[in-house]
Design a protein around this ligand. Structure first.
Ligand code: NAI
Length: 364
């Protein structure tokens, strides 16, 4: 039996497809939320979802998030995402990836796929052997590891928070002696910790892997604590860089920070938790604004002149100003910063600010 592709009608989404190929164990969902700004780009996540509904919920939520993230970053891309229901450790095969690639190809460039949880750059090469609609391949023309840029963007976001909270002071002193607590020391969190170290911050770090936390703490003169404690330690800025949903009714009551600025996606469990943070007087850097460095970097790969890391760096640096605008809008209109960021995204989408004017260039 060959690959079957069915379209699912979902309100407010441009196109959602379900692809199945039982011969190779493929069950995938691809969601294109919005292509107002350009073709959609988003990662392919392989995860053993317990139900089709869970997978559908995730792909819809993530693709919508990509629309907002890319719109605010003005990178001329729309929002899309794909999920494959499988255990990446035991069920990911070349045949499965090739079959998935055919589903991507059927979308004719309206969805460009990239690496995400459960997929690697090498998997992208396999997908590339079937379809051209893939970004961030393991070659020298590629934008490479996005986490470097995500971490740097986050660092610029932390600086924007510091500027807003503590006023103008020379950049080199902005974070000196400020206490910053980082949850999660993976690809992004560890690099962010390093940037903060050189900026003179006092660090508290945690990871579910205590050996990793202690190793990094020793290198950076930081204090290590458990992943339960980190959310509630007294600090100036909390940087969630691990999992989503960490800001919820229970955790927010116990926070002892002045601001939150970290890379994790979907930090607020529900939208109303943005309001709760505002009521508590905690300045929240909306996740999809502060963590856009990775997607900004990938988007640079699609420029006609090819990928240029210096251009990517300059674009990622704009996260600082974008966050200042979000904070300013939030203060002026008495809105939670999360809502101000959503409004900014909708405004840009409505007026096509940052919309792509040339087609994407795939240099592979
Ligand atoms: P990663 O998988 O490399 O690192 C995550 C780290 O968090 C791991 O070291 C893990 O042991 C730790 N961890 C997991 N649960 C934890 C907990 N409850 N408490 C403390 N530590 C915990 O992931 P990566 O790439 O560093 O991403 C981190 C977050 O940033 C994720 O939410 C991801 O979706 C988001 N993000 C990452 C981007 C990137 O460029 N890698 C881009 C945008 C967002």
């Amino acid at each position: 039996m060959a690959l079957s592709i069915e379209e699912i009608d979902i309100e407010d989404y441009e196109k959602v497809i379900e692809a199945k190929d039982p011969d190779v164990g493929l069950h995938a969902l691809i969601a294109i939320h919005d292509t107002t700004m350009g073709p959609s780009l988003g990662g392919c996540r392989i995860y053993p979802y317990t139900s089709r509904e869970d997978a559908l919920f995730d792909v819809l939520r993530l693709s919508r998030g990509m629309t907002y993230k890319s719109a605010v970053a003005e990178i001329g891309l729309g929002g899309g995402k794909s999920v494959i229901i499988a255990d990446p450790k035991t069920q990911k095969t070349e045949a499965l990836l090739r079959s998935f690639a055919k589903a991507v190809d059927s979308l004719d460039g309206q969805y460009i796929c990239a690496e995400d949880m459960g997929t690697t750059l090498e998997d992208m090469s396999i997908i590339r052997s079937v379809t051209q609609w893939v970004a961030a391949l393991p070659d020298l023309k590629s934008s490479g590891d996005p986490s470097r840029f995500t971490a740097w963007g986050c660092f610029r976001g932390v600086q924007a928070v510091a500027h807003t909270l503590w006023g103008a002071c020379p950049v080199k002193d902005m974070l000196r002696e400020r206490t910053i607590a980082i949850q999660g020391l993976g690809s992004v969190g560890a690099k962010l910790a390093e940037h903060l170290f050189w900026a003179g911050a006092r660090l508290i770090v945690s990871d579910v892997d205590p050996v990793r936390a202690e190793g990094i703490a020793a290198q950076l003169g930081a204090q290590a604590c458990t992943s339960e404690e980190i959310l509630h330690v007294p600090c100036d800025i909390l940087a969630p860089c691990a999992v989503g949903g960490v800001l919820n009714s229970e955790s927010i009551q116990r926070l002892q920070c002045t601001a939150i600025a970290g890379a994790a996606n979907n930090q607020l469990l529900h939208e109303e938790h943005g309001e709760l943070l505002m009521e508590k007087g905690i300045l929240y850097a909306p996740d999809f604004v502060i963590n856009a460095g990775g997607i900004i970097n990938v988007a640079c790969e699609l420029e006609s002149e090819g990928y240029d890391p210096c251009l990517a760096r300059e674009k990622v640096n704009t996260i600082y100003d974008t966050l200042l605008s979000v904070f300013e809008m939030s203060a002026r209109r008495n809105l939670p910063t999360s809502q101000a960021a959503d409004e900014l995204a909708r405004h840009k989408l409505h007026y096509g600010i940052g919309k792509r004017s040339t087609s994407v260039h795939l240099h592979h």
